[in-house]
Design a protein around this ligand. Structure first.
Ligand SMILES: Cc1cc2nc3c(=O)[nH]c(=O)nc-3n(C[C@H](O)[C@H](O)[C@H](O)COP(=O)(O)OP(=O)(O)OC[C@H]3O[C@@H](n4cnc5c(N)ncnc54)[C@H](O)[C@@H]3O)c2cc1C
Ligand SMILES: NC(=O)c1ccc[n+]([C@@H]2O[C@H](COP(=O)([O-])OP(=O)(O)OC[C@H]3O[C@@H](n4cnc5c(N)ncnc54)[C@H](OP(=O)(O)O)[C@@H]3O)[C@@H](O)[C@H]2O)c1
Length: 464
């Protein structure tokens, strides 16, 4: 085993960068691959554009990329441009960090009607992800419903009611700035299937809803009264400070007089979507919901059970924000039920239940689509500790890859994927985007089409 074993990290999001940083510190050489010519995963294509401070975390990733043993191969998709077996022939270890690219399904009638969209798609669209730049969202309805009680639901609800003046100075994709400025949406209903105490919001995000420039936040006092189970649960160790504070914030909202702003965000609880209404040649016209009660789930939590009472909410747009989901990549062991790579603390477990040597996972594709950016740091540390232990025990993977020379691997990649983008290529795109934004006091104007990105990156230097 050479002293500097080489690792391919697949996915340049937070998990991929934290893993790279720990691997570099442990003496590995690291090649990071991403489908897109641009790095940073959901920090670029997920985090809401009106939260620019959060995106500054990329400065730490840029520091990692400056390490001499780091290389970036953008525009290379595992499973399409290169296959797992080919990488196993060329690296001592693979670290899968490719996130969870799709959405969970509700499995109810009308889910695919025009006007019913996954929040994943809406988020990717307003953030300028090239896979979604040509999507068209009809925002002519006056009422939208967002299904789900997580922070993504809050993000999309907020984006729908922000003042165009608040969106214009951000790095929201130009197509979305224009569409959102024309949007007719005046009311966004955010629907939780459980109660206020079980909402997955974090406190700052929930508080931000109460401070919107042009939208009142509306909460019905009856829907945030705690039932006996929730009251007991909230007082127990199973609940944490975030849940308790959420309930306090929601009570405050329920008691707050409306300020008479032009828009509203209405938070509703204990309502499950039963059917999205409309017909195939007609956009969504509404949502049929069932009223729920809560009961202990036998595992220390509370689950929603239908009371049999149903209601209808008229609306012309539905955004389903019920969580992301991993996509299977050919050859990589996949737990289809959970939508993630089968693994034990980050060591990939093969279809035979045995450890797949030399293969590891980090981030959302390892543990599922939850947790903030920083959660992926601890998670990557856990996986890299295992990689280091395996290296030190001589159990990393194949004793020696067939192609062990880093320059030969880069040459092979360039032949396979002539359009690949190096770190310098990305820096050229980055500088170009920032220069486009500068006259408008925007952090950047995003390029949203891959050919455009490749044109700009062309001035960049190909990987070493
Ligand atoms: C809408 C939204 C908003 C969020 N806002 C915040 C926030 O404000 N603050 C916060 O702390 N956290 C936020 N989060 C959470 C945070 O974004 C995640 O914790 C984090 O991005 C997960 O990191 P990851 O690297 O596992 O996945 P990702 O960030 O998804 O990165 C995966 C990368 O893999 C690449 N990839 C996918 N498939 C392949 C393939 N086959 N081959 C090569 N590359 C591939 C993708 O292009 C992507 O770059 C938000 C999440 C979402 C969904
Ligand atoms: N600003 C930020 O820090 C920020 C912004 C965005 C995202 N994030 C993070 O990114 C992660 C993902 O966020 P997320 O909002 O996608 O996921 P999430 O936090 O897991 O929330 C998903 C929501 O969907 C609901 N849900 C699931 N299945 C449902 C169904 N069939 N019908 C109705 N509701 C259903 C869940 O309800 P149940 O609880 O009842 O299952 C839950 O309220 C989270 O950790 C989040 O904190 C952070």
């Amino acid at each position: 085993m050479p002293s500097a074993a080489r690792v391919a990290v697949i996915g340049a999001g937070p998990a991929g960068f934290y893993a790279s940083d720990f691997l570099l510190q442990a003496g590995f050489e690291v090649d990071v691959f991403d489908t897109l010519p641009t790095p940073f995963g959901l920090v670029r294509a997920g985090v809401a554009p009106d939260h620019p401070k959060i995106k500054r975390v990329t400065r730490a990733y840029e520091r990692t990329a400056r390490h001499p043993a780091f290389r970036f191969f953008g525009g290379v998709q595992l499973g399409v441009d290169v296959q797992r077996e080919q990488l196993l022939e060329r690296y001592h270890a693979l670290v899968y960090a490719y996130g969870t690219a799709t959405d969970n399904r509700l499995g109810i009638p009308g889910e695919d009607l025009p006007g019913s969209h996954a929040a994943t798609e809406f988020v990717a669209w307003y953030n300028g992800h090239p896979g979604h730049a040509d999507r068209d969202f009809d925002l002519s309805a006056t009422r939208a419903v967002v299904i789900g009680n997580g922070n993504v639901a809050i993000d999309v609800a907020r984006m729908l009611v922000l003042d165009p003046d608040e969106i214009a100075p951000t790095d929201t994709a130009n197509h979305a700035i224009e569409a959102l400025a024309r949007a007719q949406v005046q009311e966004v209903v955010v629907l939780g299937r459980r109660g206020p105490a079980q909402a997955a919001f974090t406190n700052p995000e929930l508080l931000e809803l109460g401070e919107l420039k042009r939208a009142d936040v509306v909460v019905d006092r009856d829907e945030v009264e705690l039932d006996e189970h929730s009251a007991a649960w909230l007082a127990s160790d199973a609940a944490d400070q975030t849940h308790r504070r959420n309930v306090e914030i929601l009570w405050e909202y329920a008691g707050r007089p409306l300020a008479g702003k032009s828009h509203r965000v209405v938070l509703r609880f204990l309502r499950s979507p039963l059917a999205i209404l409309g017909s195939s040649d007609e956009a969504v016209t509404g949502l049929r919901v069932g009223v729920n009660a809560l009961e202990p789930d036998g595992r220390g939590g509370l689950r929603a059970v239908a009371t049999g009472v149903e209601e209808q909410i008229d609306c012309g747009l539905v955004l389903r924000s019920i969580g992301y989901r991993g996509v299977e990549v050919p050859g990589v062991p996949f737990d289809a039920r959970r939508g993630l790579i089968r693994n034990d603390g980050g060591r990939v477990i093969g279809d035979d239940g045995e450890r797949a040597t030399g293969e590891y996972a980090v981030g959302w594709i390892k543990r599922g689509p939850s947790g903030v950016i920083g959660t992926n740091k601890k998670d990557a540390h856990e996986t890299v500790d295992l990689i280091v232990a395996d290296r030190d025990a001589g159990r990393l993977g194949r004793p020696e890859p067939e192609v062990s020379d880093a320059a030969a691997v880069a040459q092979w990649l360039r032949e396979r994927v002539p359009h690949l983008v190096s770190w310098d290529g990305w820096r050229t795109i980055d500088a170009h985007e920032q220069a486009l934004g500068e006259p408008h006091s925007r952090p950047r104007v995003k390029l949203v089409r891959v050919p455009e990105m490749l044109d700009v990156a062309h001035g960049g230097v190909l990987p070493r």
